[in-house]
Design a protein around this ligand. Structure first.
Ligand SMILES: *Cc1c(COP(=O)(O)O)cnc(C)c1O
Length: 232
């Protein structure tokens, strides 16, 4: 039996404590509840407890869940790898996209964003460890990509996102998050207005908060283990 409500309250306390330890104002970090692989009833329980921002990785699963939850006060964040042929659904149904790593995808989202929906909030995903097997823009390419995205009419560039490699015990877990923060700060100095760092998951969010995360993306810490990956 997974107690989502209890987990939700505990996580709120842990986030507040991490903010206090880091010398940051309470509430300066938002929880994004990652619902991939989680049944709708667990998601409903989190919403009943007060959670409003939900993250999904797969378009088809997300469309089903958005329909099942059927509330207009939820904010859906796309956090998976986005293919060109799925951008229209994402542009129509999500409020945020965390995983932009090439201009072509951003241009499609901007063209396809419906006028009634307001600007789509986007983050540039950075391949912070320069892992050739991972998604994300190379750190050296982020400046040019971010500047181009900031010019697109229907998108609002809010900041950066990363998924670092797992660090072994004893390694400095804050180091990749620090590099993402410094990269964002250098973009701000060049005139981009950024207010969001999406970094930290169930295993490393405290380290991310110490380095300035404003959104932590938690799945298993809130909902328990995911169901086997179904059809995407
Ligand atoms: C699945 C996922 C998460 C949540 O992972 P947990 O370890 O379950 O907290 C966060 N961010 C992204 C991009 C994910 O794909």
């Amino acid at each position: 039996m997974i107690r989502v409500t209890e987990n939700f309250r505990k996580i709120q306390d842990l986030l507040a404590n991490a903010c206090a330890d880091a010398g940051r104002p309470p509430g300066s970090v938002r929880l994004l509840a990652v619902t991939k692989g989680q049944p709708a009833e667990r998601v409903r329980e989190a919403v009943a407890a007060g959670q409003r921002e939900l993250g999904e990785n797969f378009v088809q699963e997300a469309m089903r869940k958005i329909g099942e939850l059927d509330r207009d006060d939820l904010s859906w964040h796309f956090i998976g790898h986005l293919q060109s042929n799925k951008t229209k659904q994402v542009a129509e149904r999500f409020q945020w996209v965390h995983t932009i790593d090439r201009l072509k995808i951003a241009e499609r989202l901007s063209r396809q964003r419906p006028w009634h929906a307001g600007e789509l909030n986007v983050l540039v995903q950075v391949n912070i460890d320069r892992d050739p097997a991972k998604a994300g823009a190379a750190p050296g390419d982020v400046r040019e990509l971010a500047a181009a995205i900031a010019e697109l009419p229907r998108l609002k560039l809010r900041g950066l996102m990363c998924i670092p490699e797992e660090r072994a015990a004893g390694e400095d877990r804050r180091e990749p998050f620090r590099r993402l923060r410094l990269l964002a700060e250098s973009l701000e100095q060049e005139g981009l207005e950024l207010d969001t760092l999406s970094m930290g998951m169930s295993g490393d969010y405290v380290a991310a908060i110490h380095e300035g995360a404003t959104i932590v993306r938690l799945g298993t810490a809130l909902f328990g283990p995911r169901e086997k990956k179904g059809k995407q």
